[in-house]
Design a protein around this ligand. Structure first.
Ligand code: COA
Length: 257
C-alpha cells in the first residue's frame, strides 16, 4: 500500500513509521503522497482510534524536506510545494483522532514542522529539533513559522528561526515543544501508554477537544505570508547556493542576492 511508510495496528493504536533511514527519513514527494493517503486511512478506518508517527532507525524522526528536490524550482513551484506541505500538515492538525509524534532523533525543518502539526510530541533523549532552513537561504514553508511561535513563544521561535540552531530534547522539554523525554527504547511504549488512556475516553469528546484547542490559533494570515515568503526564496541566488552547498557537503557563501 505505502511505498515509504511502515504501519501496524495494535488495539486501536496505529503506528506509522516513515521509512527512508538512508536519507534520515527526509520528506520527498513520495513520502508526502503516502502521508496524504495515511491521513485518509486514519480518518476512514474505524479500527484506528489513535495514531503514533515516528521515523525508522535510531538517528532521525525526519531530517527535513528532501533538499535534492529543491534545486531548480521556481517561485511558483515553491508556492505549490509549500501549499502541498501546509495543506497536508493542516490535515494532521485537524485530524479528529489523536496523533502523537514519537520523535526518535533529528526533527529538523519539515520534520520539526510535522512533529508540531501532530497534537503533541514525545521525544527520545537523543532527539534534536530545529528549523535550519536559513542555512539553505530559505524559511520554513510547511507551517513552521506559525506553529513554532504557538508552541515555544515568539522570542524563542525568532531565535531558532533566525539562527537555524537546533535544540536537544531537554531544551525542547523546557520550551514546551515536547511533553515528555524518555530513553529511545521506551519511546513507543510511552506514546502507547498515553494513547491507551485517551482511547478509553469518549471519542466524540476527544475530537471536540482537538477542534476547540486548535480554534485558539485560528486566523490563517501568517500561513499565507509564510507561503509567499517561502516561494520568493526560490528566486534568490542564495537559495540555490544553500541547497548546492548542502548537497556538495560544504559551507554556503551567501551574498544577499
Ligand atoms: N534532504 C535530503 N537528504 C538528506 C536530508 C535532507 N533534508 N538530510 C539528510 N539527508 C541525507 C544526506 O544527504 C546523506 O545522504 P548520502 O548518504 O547519500 O550523502 C544522508 O541523508 C545521511 O545524512 P548525513 O548528512 O550524512 O548525516 P550526518 O549525521 O552527518 O548529519 C544532519 C545529520 C541531520 C545534521 C544532516 O543530515 C543535515 O543537516 N540534514 C539537513 C537538515 C536540514 O537542513 N533540513 C531542512 C531541510 S529544508
Amino acid at each position: 500500500m505505502y511505498k515509504t511508510l511502515l504501519t501496524s495496528l495494535d488495539h486501536g493504536i496505529f503506528t506509522a513509521t516513515i521509512n527512508r533511514p538512508d536519507k534520515l527519513n527526509a520528506l520527498n514527494r513520495e513520502v508526502m503522497q503516502d502521508l496524504n493517503e495515511l491521513i485518509s486511512e486514519i480518518e476512514t478506518n474505524p479500527e484506528i482510534k489513535a495514531v503514533i508517527i515516528t521515523g525508522a532507525g535510531k538517528k532521525a524522526f525526519v531530517a527535513g524536506a528532501d533538499i535534492s528536490e529543491f534545486l531548480g524550482l521556481t517561485s511558483s513551484e515553491g508556492i505549490h510545494l509549500a501549499k502541498t506541505g501546509q495543506n497536508l500538515f493542516f490535515k494532521f492538525e485537524n485530524c479528529q483522532k489523536p496523533i502523537v509524534a514519537a520523535v526518535n532523533g533529528y526533527a529538523l525543518g519539515a520534520g520539526c514542522e510535522l512533529a508540531m502539526a501532530c497534537h503533541f510530541r514525545i521525544a527520545s533523549d537523543n532527539a534534536k529539533f530545529g528549523q535550519p532552513e536559513v542555512n539553505l537561504g530559505l524559511i520554513p514553508g510547511y507551517g513552521g513559522t506559525q506553529r513554532l511561535v504557538q508552541l515555544v513563544g515568539k522570542g524563542r521561535a525568532m531565535e531558532l528561526l533566525m539562527t537555524g540552531n537546533s535544540i536537544d530534547a531537554s531544551i525542547a522539554l523546557e520550551y514546551g515543544l515536547v511533553n515528555h523525554v524518555v530513553p529511545l527504547d521506551d519511546l513507543l511504549l510511552k506514546a502507547k501508554m498515553i494513547l491507551d488512556i485517551i482511547i478509553s475516553k469518549a471519542p466524540l469528546a476527544i475530537s471536540r477537544c482537538i477542534a476547540a484547542a486548535n480554534a485558539v490559533f485560528e486566523s490563517g494570515n501568517g500561513y499565507n505570508i509564510e507561503l509567499k515568503s517561502f516561494a520568493e526564496c526560490f528566486d534568490t541566488e542564495d537559495m540555490k547556493e544553500g541547497a548546492n552547498a548542502f548537497l556538495e557537503k560544504r559551507k554556503a557563501k551567501f551574498k544577499g542576492k
